[in-house]
Design a protein around this ligand. Structure first.
Ligand SMILES: Nc1ncnc2c1ncn2[C@@H]1O[C@H](COP(=O)(O)OP(=O)(O)OP(=O)(O)O)[C@@H](O)[C@H]1O
Ligand SMILES: Cc1cn([C@H]2C[C@H](O)[C@@H](COP(=O)(O)O)O2)c(=O)[nH]c1=O
Length: 215
């Protein structure tokens, strides 16, 4: 039986398309397991049956697609279900939660790049999810050309409805993320341009103090 830490922690990985979030989230959960810490590995949009259905609607939209308001509401609805049915119960049970994207993605994509506004996104988050924030958000950043190569290797020419938006949109997303990290101590920017092992080492340097606090 694994030992539960005294204080469960909620960690989110954030960043643009293909920067390595899923890879690092999985490596972190494995590293926590080696230390006897249970962690729920989950993702957004998704993580519950309903939220995974909303994910499909968002990434392969029917008809002419969603306007930014509808898109933000759908992300907030998916998150609300995810928080209520998966994230909060895990934290209450003493498990850590490692989430591949969370509300910072809505702030950067819909709020800033999409033009809806940060306050509006935060208001939806307060209504939908009680304003729950991760203890630590690890924002992965790497040069656009490096990431484009990784995405070509993984996906070829395929992209979903949001990933396939133009370069300007994604540049605005990257600027949005970086801007939101300024002045928020819970968001740590991590250079994700090195090997997966190097990036994992940088992640563990940020997580180590949380492990000490929790032990
Ligand atoms: N540090 C790295 N160096 C080189 N390749 C990497 C690195 N990290 C991940 N990759 C590879 O790059 C691709 C994208 O990684 P991953 O799926 O983890 O990114 P992601 O940020 O979760 O993507 P998405 O935004 O689409 O969910 C994968 O094929 C993965 O194996
Ligand atoms: C949570 C969240 C996600 N998005 C976008 C970002 C990506 O384009 C897709 C998710 O797919 P991935 O496999 O994680 O890259 O959705 C968004 O626009 N807003 C959000 O809140």
């Amino acid at each position: 039986m694994s030992t539960h830490p005294k204080r469960a922690r909620f960690i989110a990985f954030e960043g643009g398309e293909g920067v390595g979030k899923s890879t690092q989230a999985k490596l972190l959960v494995e590293a926590l397991a080696e230390r006897g810490i249970d962690a729920l590995l989950t993702r957004e949009p998704g993580g519950t049956t309903g939220a995974e259905m909303i994910r499909k609607l968002l990434l392969a939209p029917p008809g002419t697609g969603w306007g930014v308001q509808a898109e933000a509401l759908l992300f907030a609805a998916a998150r609300s279900d995810h928080v209520a049915k998966a994230i909060k119960p895990a934290l209450i049970s003493g498990s850590w939660v490692v989430c591949d994207r969370f509300v910072l993605s809505s702030r950067a994509y819909q709020g800033l790049a999409g033009g809806l506004g940060d306050e509006e996104v935060l208001a939806l988050h307060r209504i939908g999810s009680g304003g729950l924030m991760p203890c630590r958000t690890l924002l992965l950043e790497a040069p656009v050309d490096d990431v484009a190569k990784r995405l070509r290797m993984r996906d070829g020419d395929e992209a979903d409805a949001i990933g396939g938006r133009n370069e300007r949109y994604h540049a605005d997303v990257a600027r949005g993320f970086a801007g939101l990290a300024q002045g928020d101590d819970s968001i740590v920017q991590i250079d994700a341009s090195g090997s997966a092992e190097d990036v994992h080492a940088a992640v563990m340097r940020e997580v180590e103090p949380l492990l000490e606090e929790a032990s």
